[in-house]
Write a protein that binds this ligand. Structure first.
Ligand SMILES: NC(=O)c1ccc[n+]([C@@H]2O[C@H](COP(=O)([O-])OP(=O)(O)OC[C@H]3O[C@@H](n4cnc5c(N)ncnc54)[C@H](O)[C@@H]3O)[C@@H](O)[C@H]2O)c1
Length: 346
């Protein structure tokens, strides 16, 4: 109940803010981004007169979804390009006897997945998926990949046909036809234009506002500035590249290398050997990307972005796959099956 009260209040706040702005905005508003796209799911650049504030929905509210909600909520609140209210779909669960959505909307903290961090009050936790995505212009997918198909099947036909999607999900889908990028799964199911965001971005450090970089992969030049405006902060620096498939496959492959780096740690092989594993792993990532990403060029420069070498390094030192590799090598108690599961899930 409270969720919806809070939700409506936030919408009213948007409405009032929009009315208050109308007069001066019409005169003084400039296009902040080179092209913010009224019809987002196309490559066209509309004129300034066609611009309307974009509604953003974050699908997912785990560790990374909540960290990204901090950024997106703060940016949306201070920009005319976006509606202030940002919906965040929360898979409802009970935490300490209370609904997680209720906790987020009252305490403005995701006490389960990102404790200790305040979310902007304009980020509204919505338990019903269809309510969350309704009328959204930008859909940010940030759920564990095993839930992607079900989420897409649920929202199919209930989203704007010209919505723009952005996947923050790391991993690849494995089906009868082999491996498939998660963004392709979403694109095929929903028929929307997809972009990706990947980088050396451990969620807790991003939430702590420690400096890092990230990479947006966006095949159409038209959408890059809009997404950069939504995501970039002083401490979260965005680079936009066109080789979106390469950006995305890097986010999956680095986890395999990280398991190898973890083996090195567990076997006390030393820093030189670990560096060699990381370097050779990067070469393997490039070779695989050239084999797998056949629809677009695969430039070495993309691997020098945050999505490439930086994400590889951070995962080989701080990531969960490194840890499980180390634990397996040290104890032999972690089944190899578990290792494979983690590689697929993260
Ligand atoms: N955590 C990070 O540092 C980080 C960084 C970059 C990318 N990512 C990627 O972001 C994605 C999300 O990771 P995370 O760390 O936010 O997740 P998480 O492990 O913190 O949270 C899991 C999420 O799944 C939800 N969930 C549980 N059961 C569900 C169901 N049946 N249907 C739908 N949702 C359900 C939970 O509510 C929770 O929001 C992953 O693909 C991950 O690889 C994570």
């Amino acid at each position: 109940m409270f969720v919806y009260v809070s939700y409506s209040a936030a919408r009213m706040y948007d409405h009032k803010r929009a009315n208050a702005r109308k007069g001066s905005e019409a005169r003084s508003r400039t296009i902040k981004s080179a092209c913010s796209g009224e019809s987002l799911g196309s490559d066209s650049c509309p004129s300034a007169g066609q611009m309307a504030a974009k509604r953003v929905c974050i699908i997912g509210s785990g560790n990374w979804g909540s960290a990204i909600a901090k950024i997106v909520g703060a940016n949306a609140a201070k920009s005319n390009t976006f509606e202030s209210t940002v919906n965040m779909w929360v898979f409802e669960e009970m935490v300490n006897g209370r609904k997680l959505t209720e906790l987020i909307n009252t305490e403005h903290e995701n006490v389960k997945y990102l404790p200790g961090h305040t979310l902007p009050p304009n980020v509204v936790a919505v338990p019903e998926l269809l309510d969350a995505v309704k009328d959204a212009d930008i859909l940010i997918f940030v759920i564990p990949h095993q839930f992607v198909s079900r989420v897409c099947d649920t929202i199919k036909g209930h989203i704007k046909p010209d919505a723009l999607g952005m996947s923050l999900i790391k991993g690849v889908d494995e089906g009868p036809d082999g491996l498939k990028l998660i963004s392709d799964v979403i694109r095929e199911k929903l028929g929307i234009v997809m972009t990706v965001l990947m980088g050396a971005n451990l969620a807790n450090e991003v939430a702590e506002e420690k400096f890092c970089e990230t990479t947006i992969g966006c095949k159409s030049k038209a959408h890059g500035p809009l997404l950069k405006e939504l995501m970039q902060t002083q401490n979260f620096r965005v680079t936009v590249v066109e080789e979106a498939d390469v950006v995305e496959i890097c986010g999956a492959l680095k986890n395999i290398v990280a398991v190898g780096a973890g083996f090195c740690d567990g076997l006390n092989f030393g820093d030189n050997t670990k560096a060699a594993v990381i370097r050779l792993g990067l070469m393997e990532m490039i070779a695989f990307a050239r084999f797998f990403c056949t629809a677009s060029p695969v430039s070495p420069a993309t691997f020098l972005e945050s999505c490439g070498v930086a994400d590889l390094i951070t995962t080989c030192y701080g990531g969960r796959n490194r840890k499980i590799g180390e634990a397996f090598a040290r104890t032999g108690k972690v089944g190899f099956f578990s290792v494979l599961c983690v590689v697929r899930l993260l």
